[in-house]
Ligand binder design. Structure first.
Ligand code: MG
Ligand code: ZN
Length: 227
């Protein structure tokens, strides 16, 4: 175990360096960046589809869709109206690293961008360790998963600032308890902001959209305009 950590350290140091460069670039252009993480199938792509459709015309949104070996999610998101969707195949790697992103981020029209969404690879383990220069790490969990996931993947739930509970339309059909998942999550991270929603029915999405717009306004600086 200690040997593995020693081997990984230079990689993580290099990642911190690249993440810092991305963060500086985003900050210069006041772009708000979100890193979406979850297990496979929790609904990251569905949430982004809904968001692109709902906020089109209100915010300019760029999106980098990470996938191990396909561009399927990126294609879905382009079809949802994401004009600035960029696929990023990791070539087998089970997480995104800042160095993989920096070229793509530099090619975006950052002065015209309000939000950058980064859809990470579906995996709750190593994406927790890689800062991508984002403002917020957003962890999704759905009601068809175990409500003990925050306890099984504590590093991810500790490093995230937002937890989205998706598929609430299926509550009652599984053993998943909203109260239990929140209790478990707050044990790990009492400061988590929580959204409960269903990308299928649309329930709960308006609170998510409102928060995104508030978050962008904060980064843009409401009192200093859009300079
Ligand atoms: Mg996806
Ligand atoms: Zn990995």
């Amino acid at each position: 175990m200690s040997r593995k950590i020693a081997l990984d350290r230079p990689l993580l140091q290099e990642n911190i360096h690249h993440a810092g460069r991305i963060r500086a670039l985003l900050e210069r252009h006041r772009v708000t960046a979100f890193n979406l993480v979850s297990s496979p199938g929790s609904g990251k792509t569905s949430l982004l589809e809904r968001t692109l459709k709902a906020l089109a015309g209100k915010l300019n949104m760029a999106l980098i869709a990470g996938d191990v070996s396909t561009q399927n999610d990126a294609d879905r998101l382009k079809a949802a109206g994401g004009q600035w969707v960029r696929p990023l195949e990791t070539g087998g790697t089970c997480h995104l690293e800042a160095a993989m992103l920096s070229g793509t981020v530099a090619q975006l029209d950052l002065p015209a961008t309000d939000i950058l969404f980064i859809e990470n690879v579906g995996n709750l383990v190593c994406p927790a360790a890689y800062d991508l220069g984002e403002h917020e790490k957003i962890v999704l969990i759905s009601t068809v998963e175990g409500d003990d996931k925050p306890l099984k993947y504590p590093v991810m739930f500790r490093n995230a600032s937002v937890m989205v509970i998706n598929k609430i339309d299926l509550l009652g059909l599984t053993e998943f308890s909203l109260a239990t998942v929140k209790e478990n999550a707050f044990l790990i991270n009492p400061d988590l902001r929580v959204f409960e929603l269903s990308c299928r029915t649309g329930e709960g999405l308006s609170a998510w959209f409102d928060w995104l717009q508030q978050r962008v306004a904060r980064v843009r600086g409401t009192e200093s305009g859009h300079g």
